[in-house]
Design a protein around this ligand. Structure first.
Ligand code: SER
Length: 606
């Protein structure tokens, strides 16, 4: 069995060696600060965006790393043999240097020569082209030349073979970069039964089929476009390569098992769970499912806590709480013990130290305890209902879930154990409430989870624009030394840090608040321009000094024209269309947070 450590090392060394000559870079933190649109690092390219857009990277044009990432889009899928929320992404980049020919040959060499994957087990996919971007014939020819027969090179549309943080060219957010990609799939050779409908003529099963026969092990993205407006892509000043391959999945291919949970990455944790719950992995599908969920969520939770996140009902903390609670529900399925293993993993780019270990355990234990109380109260309520032989209505069952946070699966299970069945009518009512709830949480989480994008609710967007007004006003009232040193926006408030030796006086605060509200009342248009960085800088647009930008930047301006704009600020968006949409705001609080920084909380004035 190849270990995760061996594989990581092999990959990094392979790309460091001549003639590839890559420089290894440290991975970015799992939780990105100062970015209201992103909850987690979900791809290795995320922290490199400015360099992919043209800014020179201090370490050169060829970079390699292994980036811990979290993707929550598939959280419901975790439990099968391949999906995880937390994973390590092996990545190599060409920042305007080598392109398709080198990338595809090198990655093929890595898979087949370095790792010894049999050539005949590899399939590749390429972009079929659309109205804006031509078919990727070049990659097709390269793959053929390398030795992949035409029958195993499959063309797909943008939904499968285009990559950007926000999807295909039509879905992509303006200002985002992306391009066609070419994926490599490992073929386990076994038809696993269920086949997604394919529109590929004559192919029942194909690389992107979800039956389990194929596993995607690498994706070479040819990042060469930026979306400048709806329906319009523009060539970036340079052509880049962004390769990402899931370490756990590559391990599975090397071990020739379609199950990532039986690889070295999960060996220890699954072993611990087997012992603790006195079960055996690989014998019973429903037990395996619970073990996988606990194992994955424990890894993700450990990583998040070690990055400083604590369980809460908001943003990152909410995700963490959901992961912990979901894994506890599965632990309860397996035994009476509520147990969540601590996972010693390499996260946030640094190994968890002893001290962190204790801390992570403490946070986990506290949340488990909290949740135990929730479970207890819920159990009591259900017992009373059962004891009194009350008729349990769909509404009561749902309320238990809604108000106590008592997991629905457990309610149903306990009722079933006691022979209590909901009447058909109540079942329907329960289902109806439940579906409504699911829909609600889906829409909330769609914003949060899509590709790692943070909450894009209208409240958050409105507060985002208000924060631009706040910064511009602070500069006008307090002085030009005010720059953004930190920012965090939720639906309820925007938190903004800036350098100032002292807290603002009441008079200054009042002036700033008035100025922001005046700009809101004037219902100023909010627009942006995509422009070369030097033009943006000389226009005096505000930018964060410790941020790295590419050659082309997006500048949002608030005002009737660019020239007399109230605010001009480097930003990716999103924003409201005009300031009137924001509604009145107020400065809720200010704090001195040390290091010469002042923190202001801005909220809606209800
Ligand atoms: N950006 C691509 C991905 O995340 C490849 O690194 O899949």
């Amino acid at each position: 069995m190849t270990t995760a450590k061996q594989l990581r090392k092999k990959y990094i060394n392979f790309f460091k060696l001549d003639p590839r000559n890559h420089v290894e870079i440290a991975p970015a933190p799992l939780v990105l600060e100062n970015d209201p649109t992103t909850l987690f690092t979900s791809a290795g390219m995320q922290p490199l965006v400015p360099y992919l857009m043209g800014r020179p990277h201090p370490k050169g044009k060829r970079l390699v790393d292994s980036q811990p990432s979290i993707r929550l889009g598939d959280i419901e899928e975790v439990g099968d043999n391949r999906h995880t929320t937390f994973f390590e992404m092996l990545g190599n980049w060409s920042l305007g240097d080598y392109f398709k020919e080198e990338q595809l040959s090198w990655i093929f060499e890595f898979f087949t020569k370095e790792l010894g994957l049999p050539k005949q087990r590899l399939w590749v996919t390429v972009f079929e082209g659309d109205s804006q971007v031509p078919r990727d014939q070049e990659s097709f020819e390269i793959w053929k030349k390398i030795g992949i027969p035409e029958s195993r090179i499959i063309f797909y549309p943008a939904s499968k073979n285009w990559w950007s943080m926000t999807g295909s060219p039509s879905e992509m957010q303006v200002g985002h970069i992306g391009g066609p990609d070419s994926e490599v799939f490992f073929d386990f050779g076994e038809d696993m039964g269920f086949h997604e409908k394919s529109n590929l003529s004559g192919m029942k099963c194909h690389p992107n089929c979800d039956c389990g026969r194929f596993l995607e092990i690498g994706n070479s993205v040819f990042i060469q476009y930026i979306k400048i407006s709806e329906g319009q892509l523009k060539e970036l000043p340079q052509k880049n390569v962004d390769f990402g391959g899931g370490l756990e999945r590559i391990l599975a291919s090397v071990d020739n098992t379609p199950d990532v949970f039986s690889t070295d990455s999960f060996k220890e944790i699954i072993g611990e769970l087997e012992e603790r719950f006195r079960v055996k992995y690989g014998k019973d599908e429903s037990i395996d499912r619970s073990l996988r969920i606990i194992a994955d969520h424990a890894r993700a939770s450990t990583a998040l806590i070690s990055c400083g996140i604590t369980p809460s009902n908001k943003a990152h903390g909410y995700v963490l709480r959901r992961l912990i609670r979901r894994s506890i529900v599965h632990a309860k399925r397996l035994s009476d013990q509520i147990f969540m293993p601590f996972v010693d993993l390499w996260s946030c780019g640094v190994p968890i130290s002893r001290v962190d270990r204790e801390y992570v355990k403490k946070v986990l234990d506290e949340e488990i305890e909290k949740f135990e109380r929730v479970l207890e109260t819920g159990m009591k309520k259900i017992s009373t209902i059962i004891k009194n032989k009350e008729r349990i209505s769909g509404k009561v069952a749902f309320d238990l879930y809604q108000s106590e946070g008592f997991p629905i699966e457990l309610t149903l299970e306990i009722l079933r154990d006691h022979g209590v069945e909901l009447s058909q009518k109540d079942k329907a009512l329960f289902q109806e409430e439940f579906e409504k709830h699911k829909e609600r949480s889906r829409t909330t989480s769609a914003g949060i989870f899509k590709g790692g994008l943070a909450d894009d609710s209208s409240q958050t967007i409105r507060l985002h624009t208000a924060t631009h007004l706040l910064l511009a006003s602070l500069r006008k009232v307090v002085g030009d030394h005010v720059v953004q040193k930190g920012q965090n926006i939720t639906r309820e408030r925007s938190r903004f840090d800036f350098p100032n030796p002292e807290k603002l006086t009441d008079e200054q605060l009042r002036k700033v608040e008035e100025m922001v509200n005046k700009a809101i009342e004037e219902d100023l248009p909010v627009e942006y321009q995509v422009m070369p960085i030097n033009d943006a800088l000389s226009s005096g647009a505000i930018h964060a000094f410790d941020e790295r930008y590419g050659d082309t930047v997006k500048v949002y301006f608030i005002g009737r024209s660019w020239k007399d704009a109230f605010s001009r600020e480097f930003c990716g968006g999103p924003h409201v269309k005009s300031t009137g949409e924001i509604g009145r705001v107020r400065i809720k609080k200010q704090e001195k947070i040390g290091l010469g920084l002042v923190r202001i909380y801005l909220a809606f004035d209800k």
